[in-house]
Ligand binder design. Structure first.
Ligand SMILES: Cc1ncc(COP(=O)(O)O)c(C=O)c1O
Length: 339
């Protein structure tokens, strides 16, 4: 029987989970690691799920329609790419503001999908996001709405349909594909939608599933290893928790209600995990995926996790950051990482 799809919007989700058996063997891991490969989504990341859920939920409520609405978002990259692709596929106009430090590949993808990139956002508004935290995103969106006839800000940071996308799909896929055997879920936080939705679903199914949140080591965020290679940082994930509780970078869509542990990861550990996965499994992932994989490796090295099934969410592919030389194997990376 033939199968021709009507649109890329029908191809979101059902991404594969792959056990990294050669990696387990080479590193002598006690636990098992099975990564969820979100780059199999049509626009290349886990953000496809959120973009389509937000757009289609707003359509169902009658809030937007392609003939009049301009979708608006401010983002560090993958959300923009996903929104731009689906806006194009559905016939919406899409205006995007981008944070400093977006990889050149992601910027060029926005051009490819012919998104309207807002170049006029005042730098002090953008800087406010880093000074005041997540709350300042609203000021940027309000600025971007000016002069647009029917703007609709998709608001990934506090739009509940971001969480719903992962509660309705990503979480159930992990549960079903592991036959309910997942012991530990690992993910990082940008908007918090993916970790919130997945962990809420998994904990409802089995409260003893452990949720570990990947946190970039603050010193390495400010100064990733530098030796002439232009390092791009962790891409899309932030520290959201410290000794005093949630930080100003914790978005509304993140919930620590479902979190059992926060684990800091260095940039060297992140790169090392990326290199090991490429070398032993033929899978080349981006930095946030590398960070969660590094957490999974450290968990799997522990005797207490012997035989446990650890599932890291791997948001995107390393090809999206080739300009940053993520793939470059350097001796000091292995030394610093220690695994
Ligand atoms: C590459 C990458 N990894 C991880 C994240 C974080 O995912 P979430 O927004 O669901 O917390 C993002 C989000 O910006 C991202 O672009």
């Amino acid at each position: 029987m033939g199968k021709i799809y009507n649109s890329i919007t029908e191809l979101v989700g059902h991404t594969p989970i792959v056990e990294f058996k050669r990696l387990e063997e080479k590193l002598g891991l006690k636990g098992r690691i099975a990564g969820k490969l979100e780059y199999f989504n049509p626009a290349g990341s886990h953000k496809d799920r959120m973009a389509i859920e937000i757009i289609e939920a707003a359509e169902k409520r009658g809030d937007i329609s392609p003939d009049k609405t301009t979708l608006i978002e401010f983002t560090s990259g993958n959300t923009g790419v996903a929104m731009a692709a689906f806006a194009a596929a559905k016939g919406y106009k899409f205006k995007i503001g981008i944070q400093n430090g977006v990889s050149i590949e992601r910027k060029k993808l926005l051009e490819a999908y012919q998104a309207d990139i807002a170049e006029d956002i005042p730098q002090e508004l953008i800087a406010g996001v880093f000074e005041k935290g997540i709350a300042a995103f609203g000021d940027v969106l309000d600025y971007m709405k000016k002069g647009v006839e029917h703007p609709y800000a998709t608001r990934q940071l506090d739009n509940v349909d971001n969480i719903n996308a992962h509660y309705k799909h990503t979480g159930p896929e992990i549960w079903e594909d592991t036959d309910g055997k997942v012991d530990i879920f690992v993910g990082g936080v940008g908007t918090g939608g993916s970790t919130h939705g997945v962990s809420k679903f998994l904990k409802e199914k089995n409260p003893s599933v452990k949720v570990v949140i990947t946190q970039p080591e603050p010193n390495d965020v400010a100064n990733p290893i530098v030796d002439g290679v232009e390092d791009g940082g962790f891409h899309g994930i932030h520290q959201v928790h410290d000794d005093n509780g949630l930080t100003p970078m914790a978005p509304t869509n993140f919930s620590d209600e479902y979190t059992d542990e926060y684990t800091f990861i260095t940039y060297a550990e992140t790169l090392r995990a990326i290199h090991l996965l490429a070398k032993y499994e033929g899978i080349f992932v981006g930095a946030s995926a590398g960070a969660s994989l590094a957490v999974a490796i450290k968990l799997a090295l522990k005797e207490e996790n012997k035989g446990k099934l650890i599932v890291p969410l791997l948001p995107d592919n390393g090809e999206r950051y080739l300009s940053e030389d993520l793939q470059k194997v350097r001796p000091e990376v292995e030394e610093k990482a220690g695994f």
